[in-house]
Design a protein around this ligand. Sequence first.
Ligand SMILES: Cc1ncc(COP(=O)(O)O)c(C=O)c1O
Length: 410
Amino acid sequence: MKNNLLNEGYSDKNKLLFESGYKDFIFTQKKRYIDIGFCSGANLLGHNLSFQDKILKNYIKKKISNFSSPNLHAQHLSNNLKKILNNFSKFIFCNSGSEANLKALRIARAITNKNKVVTATGSWHGSVDQFLFKSDTKLKNVKLSDGLSEQERKNLIYIPYDDIILTKKILDKNKKKISCVFIEPVQGCLPNIKIKSYLKFLSNYCKKNNIIFVFDEMITGIRSNMSTAQKFFNINTDISTFGKAFANGMPIGFIGISEKIEKKIKSKKLSIYFGGTFSGNSFTTYFAKNYLDFLKKNKNKVFKYLNGISNEFEKKINKFCIKEDLDVKVYRYFSMLRVVYSSKNIHDRISRDFFEKEKINKIIEFKRFLKKKGIYYPNNGIIFFSYSSSRKNINYVMNTFKIGLKKFFS
Ligand SMILES: Cc1ncc(COP(=O)(O)O)c(C=O)c1O
């Protein structure tokens, strides 16, 4: 088929063009794959389940439409969110994680009137000009796209994830100019759960120095037993951004602000622009509200199963790698997992890339092997399981991983 798209991936010769999905399978016109990516973690419950059919049928039956105006369905969803995310006083709806992060940055800059933004090595905050960089080994910004402004490059400061001493030095040097510290609490590039003391340090530092503390909970939000990473680590943030699994595959992004931030916006009489044709659109908000009702009703069952299979995958693959002396290790935060192709002591993206560099070709071959065996391992390397991931398929995925890891990494 002729390709008219310039979006990433479409010009690849060996691309897969997916057409449909059901439970834990996704389909091209030619082949069925077991999904272990679930729309980059958005489809927490899986693809096309019967409860979703019911919501969509009701949406049509009730003749709900989109209005680009305040609507009842957005209000209803916000009531559900308030129960799950009770540490926030207000929410702002948008349509993607990137948009939520862009607007969260705008809030931080409006309140502080400062331009410098601090993020951690290995963080990913979406397609946002201010964040489309990565850091090199010397913590210098390297752009990930053409078309970015030099000003944005200068305004972004990297701190080394999980390194309190060097982080403090960098923050001390810049603290008067920093509007916010913007961080993924647990990173997709290395889901390291032993990060509480680092996050606590950042939170305390920000409080002491009047810096706005932001968590990007796009991946972690709702994944931890229908709660957040900030609750899991018992750390408060000023602003947090969410999306993905809050709508089980429908496009969503939103921001939660604390009472302190709401008061600042009011007392400074700030006028911050949040608008957008589809912000709080009734299709997504109606769907998400009913999905969250379903999830709440089935919470214990869903998360027990989801955490159980994810834990089993992590433990069994790691045990196998130790037994077979493979230089590979699985990291996990609830149902988000990552195979890191090194068992060395890795604490951030920079060290991960350093140890994985020599294995790049093997990793590509391993991914090809999985694809041949009917397993779709997502390009971003983050494995997500869903409530639809069946025991049978998880066992098949584990056994195939074991065969492949031994074949390519012995
Ligand atoms: C932590 C994090 N932040 C932001 C984003 C961007 O979200 P979106 O792709 O919905 O714009 C992602 C997407 O993968 C993410 O993982």
